[in-house]
Design a protein around this ligand. Sequence first.
Ligand SMILES: [Zn+2]
Length: 179
Amino acid sequence: MEQERSNNVDKLYVFVEKMMGPDARRVFEVLYQEGEELSEYDIMEKTELRGSVVRRALNMLAEKGLVTYRRLRHPDKGRLIFYWKVNYEGLPAVIEARKRAALERLKYLLEREEETQYYICPLDKTRYTFEEALEYEFTCPRCGEMLVPDSERDLRIEILRQYVRLLEADRRASREGGG
Ligand SMILES: [Zn+2]
């Protein structure tokens, strides 16, 4: 059970890194491990990242709904300080929305690939639709080489179908696993 939990957390870190880069991941990791509110200064200290880097990461994380903040007046210094924490309740929805968007994008690419035959320049690998190829009389407008039907189309369609299947299976599994 503990193993499964830490596995899920690792996936979450990877997801954050892919979306927003290694600095955002570092900031998110520190907040997640801490489990409670941290000020920007705490985060700078714990991540050893510069203030501007930390602020940029926090803003990106907040924009995606992964973290939330409160503004409080500092008891001694009297100025406003932001306190940040992980939006634990909102995480499943954020991840779900992201996966749904990825799936929609793949389905769109697959549909487009399936309904269009492309022509390709063997030299510079530029792709053209049938209408474009016809307009250029099946010669590449960039280099004059004769265009040929894109033979990798079937492979791309098969790969896209596999991605769609993987994402659909993943979404089913996360629904059945209760989030
Ligand atoms: Zn060409």
